[in-house]
Design a protein around this ligand. Sequence first.
Ligand SMILES: [Zn+2]
Length: 133
Amino acid sequence: MTDAARAGDPTSAPFWDGAERGELLVQRCHGCGAHQFYARPFCLACGADDPEWVSVSGAGTVYSAVCVRIPVVDDLPVPYAVGLVELDEGPRLLAGLGAGCEIGSRVVARWHERDDQPPVPRFVIAEATDAAA
Ligand SMILES: [Zn+2]
């Protein structure tokens, strides 16, 4: 991970370390077992301290989606889709969406590589073999 990315938010540093290994991580509470994302130093469900980081499958369902048509940064040519994906474990992630994704689509996470920054998850339509796994 780049020092700049880690320095930005030490609470989420394990997420970015996982991203560099191609592993999607979310937090899970020691006390009640709830999963959560974004990273926090406590459990949103029960208030227990120091949730652990666990690997998740990356499978989920598109909860909301929008097509961006106005450029925000130079390396993201429009149009592109972003949305909230509800992971099978429960948390929702804001991420880029691949072609054909719409609300209710079954999707899986893939990693989008970026120059000088950790990769970010981007969700694509789950193939039949992914859905059966
Ligand atoms: Zn909890």
